[in-house]
Design a protein around this ligand. Structure first.
Ligand SMILES: [Zn+2]
Ligand SMILES: [Zn+2]
Length: 130
């Protein structure tokens, strides 16, 4: 189990209860490190809305097929300051060079959360969705 100051690996496990995310190697620990940096930056508790997802849970919650969530390389985060504050935090950390492993960050306005992943390199790192 990989734990940081404010996060337990189990918080990133699949919400369906299948156990995906609980074993060593299920999740990219770099993702948890990024979550911790974001937590330190915003200074308030950060909730893992969704981390690892088994294929069936991913389909149930409407995730795209082959989502990085199914590979232990993505999570969705929220906090009382709102998704916008998290998005700004991720941008600031990226600009400071503190989270070089980040590959994608989406701010979901309506859902008020951010998705981050450490999957493949993308042309556009930042995205805002309704
Ligand atoms: Zn599951
Ligand atoms: Zn996501």
């Amino acid at each position: 189990m990989y734990n940081t100051k404010n996060f337990k690996q189990s918080e990133f496990a699949c919400k369906c209860g299948c156990g995906f995310g609980l074993k060593d190697g299920d999740i990219d620990t770099g993702l948890i490190d990024i979550a911790q940096k974001i937590r330190d930056y915003v200074g308030v508790p950060v909730r893992v809305n969704s981390g690892c997802r088994c294929v069936s849970h991913n389909a149930r919650v409407g995730g795209v097929k082959g989502s990085w969530h199914t590979k232990g390389k993505a999570c969705d985060l929220s906090c009382e300051k709102g998704g916008k504050a998290l998005f700004e935090a991720v941008k600031a950390l990226w600009q400071k060079g503190e989270i070089p492993g980040l590959r994608y960050c989406i701010y979901y306005k309506k859902g008020n959360f951010v998705h981050i992943d450490v999957g493949n390199e993308r042309r556009n790192l930042w995205e805002v969705r309704a």
